[in-house]
Design a protein around this ligand. Structure first.
Ligand SMILES: Nc1nc2c(ncn2[C@@H]2O[C@H](COP(=O)(O)OP(=O)(O)OP(=O)(O)O)[C@@H](O)[C@H]2O)c(=O)[nH]1
Length: 770
């Protein structure tokens, strides 16, 4: 980079900072500059021709240096400076083009003497924009300003500071003067005309002060009495000395015009106008326009005054009238009574005694779990067909539709998998519910998805179940891969969620020729695994089935190859299963599994009553929103009912609540015994994976909330539950521990609830809220 490039990139502040260390050595030319200088000198001498003898080589080099090797400018300078210098003012080397000749005004004092002070037409007033850099120096140059020496730059920085300070003073003084002037105006003493804007307000304030001055003005700095001396950098003869100005107060010397300042340098700090109103730009010239504007009534004021004269209402009266009419409207609106939705009438039934007296069948819910494609949906579809819940025609129609997309083997699964996405993909995505009745029991099916991506939905299903059917694909290789996959995870989850009764349906035995050996092998392995998971084998039943063909579902298999099995069918096993104990006497708790709109109500919820009871007309509290609702009507097992108890899956039509307050996963409870919302709680968990304080998702039924393990409080003995180690650094898979979990927001949770913890798509722990 040449030295000139260095200069162009110069940071002035750095230069000023380094000024003390400045050295002449720095001015030595680089080889590149030396070459340019030699060439430039030759070019200038050639351009000057014979006149070249009138200037020295040093003068040429100086000119070239300052004009950055610009030969033309250097020549122009040398000619005007040394060869044929102008007659006058050697120091004013370059004048901007002007229509007024300078020749008749050798000094600034003369220049200003014939100025028409005080009579400048307004349209000729100028706005002065000071040059960015102070002028000065030997060389004028053709750019916006001459090159400055470092000393000049330092001086310029100081001067700029002084200018800013002076400008602030000037603004303050102008305000003070305006205030004074405004007070002198004759205004009607008790004229009740409001002044517009902040200025009006300030003038009004000034009238009330004892000194007749605006409080603002009194706090402003005083205006300087004299002109400041001009800058030393300016030409000596451009501005009158301050003493001269003071001698002629009636015709004060004004600030030089923009033209004069361009000529002789910027020094706004040194040229404070005494009569600023004469030289301020038109938009800032308040002397007449501002005072005129506020000393007389505004057009609005005139209209108001005329109206008042004509006997019309004053603004105050109008305002009063407006206020009174507003009040009247407000009162009218208040008087308007919008008919509120009448509260549903409560039957005031003793629900528990009604339940005991009722001869209803026992009700039970079961969840169907197992590895993906184990045949869960097909088995339930076949079961519903065998029980005449769906007819053959429906299944035939589904088969035709399934054939169209090449999935005919899924026809029975489509009885439950009703979503388009589920049918196209051939997988269950969300819990599908259906119901059927036997002679003794009304069952609710909760068909869970087997795919690992939808485990949260499986958890939601399991949370509503009394017992479970674990479907295992017996076909070659499938059982083994299933055991490593969701067979194991689902078993762990349903046990963690409190399900103790499990029926293992060993499915697809038609694919292995109804091999008893295969059945026994699977039964053996699964028994060991389930007992290790915490199931008591007396609560575990095994049934060999073919869901596709309907063998051993409702009827015994007619396949001779299956004759070795003489046990119960799947339905018989279901009927033999006792639903878990109902917490009838406890406060109402119902987790909302679904929210939808029905003809009966714009807000209908579905769920299973976990504890307590409800009846038509009862108030309900929805948590965490804390909003109250009323039961308009309800359905139990799809039949209209007046009441429902724990264990029932119910559809509740709500009234007197907005839909935004009700979400899937919320809990409906008794307003008198509400469930509390918490964001921190302790859990006793069985770890499925390595646990440390880490982020995770908390699942409880349909409730999913992000949170974290805040602390590992203790390791517990699996049998006794006693503390074996306090504050462990980690919890290994298979261990039981007490941990503290913190959620991002408060959710309805209470002691005794079963919680599942998942992280990164895996179930890491499950347990009981303490
Ligand atoms: N041969 C034979 N195939 C069956 C049997 N049961 C189900 N299948 C087939 O297995 C495949 C998967 O059946 P689904 O009922 O969708 O399996 P699923 O467990 O419900 O699947 P996800 O819910 O997605 O986990 C289908 O092609 C069924 O026809 C059976 O007993 N025998």
């Amino acid at each position: 980079m040449s030295r000139h490039q260095d200069i162009r990139n110069l940071d002035y502040q750095d230069v000023l900072d380094d000024y003390e260390g400045y050295s002449e050595e720095e001015d030595e030319l680089s080889s590149k500059d030396r070459a340019l200088m030699t060439q430039g000198t030759a070019d200038v001498q050639a351009a000057l021709g014979v006149e070249a003898s009138k200037v020295t080589k040093a003068q040429i080099e100086e000119a070239l240096w300052h004009y950055y090797y610009d030969v033309d400018k250097s020549v122009a300078y040398l000619v005007s400076k040394f060869i044929s210098p102008p007659q006058k003012t050697a120091k004013v080397v370059e004048l901007p083009p002007t229509t007024t000749s300078n020749t008749h005004r050798p000094s600034c004092s003369h220049f200003f003497q014939d100025m028409p002070w005080g009579n400048i037409p307004r349209d000729r007033e100028t706005v002065f924009i000071p040059p960015q850099l102070p002028r000065g120096g030997l060389l004028g140059g053709s750019g916006p300003g001459p090159k400055m020496s470092k000393l000049q730059m330092l001086a310029a920085a100081r001067k700029k500071k002084a200018e800013e300070k002076s400008l602030q003073e000037k603004v303050g003084n102008t305000q003070a003067k305006l205030t004074e002037l405004s007070i002198q105006q004759d205004r009607p003493a008790k004229e009740n005309i409001p002044l517009a804007g902040g200025f009006g307000k300030r003038l009004k304030t000034s009238e009330t002060t004892s000194e007749g001055r605006s409080p603002i003005a009194t706090t402003e700095p005083k205006r300087p009495e004299q002109h400041q001396p001009v800058s030393k950098d300016g030409p000596e003869d451009t501005v009158q000395p301050p003493t001269e100005v003071e001698k002629i107060p009636e015709a004060p010397i004004a600030k030089p015009s923009a033209f004069a300042q361009t000529l002789f340098g910027s020094d706004s700090a040194s040229s404070k106008p005494q009569h600023q109103e004469l030289f301020t730009p038109p938009h800032a010239s308040f002397s007449e326009s501002f005072l005129d504007a506020f000393s007389k009534p505004s057009p609005d004021d005139l209209v108001l005054a005329a109206q008042a004269k004509a006997g019309k209402k004053t603004p105050a009266a109008q305002k009063k009238k407006g206020a009174s009419s507003t009040n009247a409207v407000t009162n009218d609106v208040k008087a308007l009574k919008i008919e509120e939705t009448p509260l549903p009438k409560s039957r005031n039934l003793n629900v528990l005694s009604e339940f005991e007296r009722s001869k209803k069948k026992k009700t039970a819910s079961f969840v169907v779990v197992g590895h993906v494609d184990a045949g869960k949906s097909t088995m339930m579809g076949r079961l519903l067909l065998e029980l005449n819940v769906v007819d053959q025609r429906t299944v035939d129609k589904l088969r035709q539709e399934a054939e169209k997309i090449g999935k005919s083997s899924f026809a029975l699964a489509w009885v439950l998998d009703q979503r388009t996405e589920e049918r196209v993909r051939g997988v269950t995505i969300d819990i599908a519910t259906n119901r059927f009745e036997t002679d003794t029991t009304a069952f609710t099916i909760l068909d869970a998805p087997g795919h690992r991506d939808f485990i949260p939905n499986m958890i939601a299903g399991a949370s509503q179940a009394d017992f479970a059917i674990l479907v295992i694909d017996a076909s070659t290789g499938a059982f083994e891969s299933g055991l490593k996959g969701q067979t194991k995870e689902h078993s762990l989850l349903i046990r963690s969620m409190g399900v103790s009764r499990i029926i293992v349906a060993i499915n697809k035995l038609d694919t292995v020729g109804w091999s008893q050996e295969r059945f026994d092998e699977i039964k053996h392995q699964v028994s060991g695994f389930l007992s290790g998971t915490g199931f008591q084998l007396k609560n575990v039943a095994f049934v060999p089935v073919s869901g596709l063909n309907g063998d051993n579902l409702v009827h015994k298999s007619s396949d001779p190859a299956a004759s070795w099995y003489t046990g119960a069918t799947l339905v018989e096993e279901l009927e033999a299963s006792e639903p878990s104990a109902r917490a009838l006497a406890k406060p109402l708790r119902m987790t909302i599994a679904d929210v939808f709109r029905t003809p009966q109500s714009p807000l209908t919820i579905f769920g299973r009553i976990d504890s307590g009871s409800l009846q038509m007309g009862d108030p309900l509290l929805v948590q965490p929103s804390g909003e109250k609702a009323y039961i308009k009507s309800l359905l139990v097992d799809e039949e209209p009912a007046d009441w429902a108890v724990a264990g029932h899956s119910v559809v509740v039509h709500l009234s007197n609540i907005d839909a935004i307050h009700v979400r899937v996963g919320d809990i409906v409870c008794d307003p008198n015994k509400p469930i509390q919302c918490v964001d921190t709680f302790k859990l006793k968990v069985l770890a499925f994976d390595f646990l440390i304080p880490m982020p995770l998702d908390v699942h409880r039924g349909r409730l999913h909330a992000p949170g974290k393990i805040e602390s590992l409080d203790a390791l517990l003995d699996k049998v006794t539950g006693g503390v074996t180690k306090k504050k462990p650094r980690c919890v290994k898979a298979g261990s039981v521990a007490r941990i503290t979990v913190k959620l991002g927001s408060k959710v309805p949770l209470e002691a005794g609830m079963r919680i599942v913890l998942r992280s990164g798509g895996d179930t890491v722990a499950a347990g009981l809220l303490e």
